[in-house]
Write a protein that binds this ligand. Structure first.
Ligand code: HPA
Length: 246
């Protein structure tokens, strides 16, 4: 088992991992967002990729999700945890809180969303009933309990196109659809991992209430402040998960 972490906004690097190697890969689908960091965490190999590049420069709709996932497969990765900054919609999903979603609704468009786009002899309709790996989710939830980190162990992640945030009416609609969380990078990442038979789970870090749920505009200052709190918890959770036996 080799575990990889894809870090999102607020997590372009994890300071206390010791970096053993840096791999710059080319893939049949182009260039990944950044070099892959091959790191060591207490004797356990852990691969890290900054989804938006390092420094953070690639917006959600421009990320080469296919190259990122293909590169991880090339490196022998078997499990991926994607970390994502999100907005909270339902009442438990307050800023600074962490959720491990179990479902996805995809509202994104125009993204390269499959490895089977051209190769029609081998087109594969992957099953997506459970978009996230139940066993990897279970391990993260167990790690949270062991580390005493409070999380929501379920939730539906709605993936919007970005880069703009949503209108108040859009957030209302997402809520009616059953979304608990809203983010911009959860798809096609999860589906691409599944196409390559990689176990994939998501740690969502809530940065703000969805648009219109509280008075006033959503500001980057607010997002960054909440992410600092949430990402520290996410890093602790990632470490506990990485060191936990399968
Ligand atoms: N909407 C979409 N993506 C986000 C948000 C949001 O409110 N906050 C952080 N990422």
């Amino acid at each position: 088992m080799t575990l990889a972490i894809i870090g999102g906004t607020g997590l372009t690097q994890i300071d206390d991992l010791s970096v053993i190697d840096r791999q710059t890969l080319q893939t049949p689908f182009g260039e990944p967002s950044a070099p892959y960091l091959i790191t060591d965490l207490n004797g356990k190999k852990l691969i890290f990729l900054a989804r938006h590049g390092n420094p953070h420069r690639i917006p959600p709709h421009k990320i080469n999700y296919r190259a990122n996932i293909w590169g991880l497969k090339q490196l022998g990765v078997t499990e991926i945890i994607g970390v994502a900054a999100v907005g909270g919609i339902t009442s438990a999903m307050a800023p600074g809180h962490i959720a491990i979603p179990d479902q996805i609704i995809d509202y994104s468009y125009g993204r390269e969303h499959t490895f089977f786009a051209d190769d029609l002899e081998h087109v594969t309709h992957i099953d997506f009933t459970l978009p996230y790996s139940p066993s990897l989710r279970e391990r993260i939830i167990r790690a949270a309990s062991l580390a005493g980190i409070e999380i929501s162990a379920n939730g539906t992640y709605g993936c919007t196109q970005g880069p703009r945030l949503e209108s108040a009416a859009e957030i209302k609609r997402l809520g009616r659809d059953g979304c608990d969380l809203v983010g911009m990078t959860g798809m096609p990442e999860a589906a691409l991992a599944k196409e390559l038979d990689l176990a994939y789970a998501n740690i969502s870090v809530i940065a703000n209430w969805g648009a219109g749920l509280v008075d006033g505009e959503i500001t980057m200052v607010e997002i960054e402040r909440n992410l600092e709190v949430g990402m520290n918890k996410a890093i602790a959770l990632l470490k506990e998960t990485a060191l936990l036996k399968d």
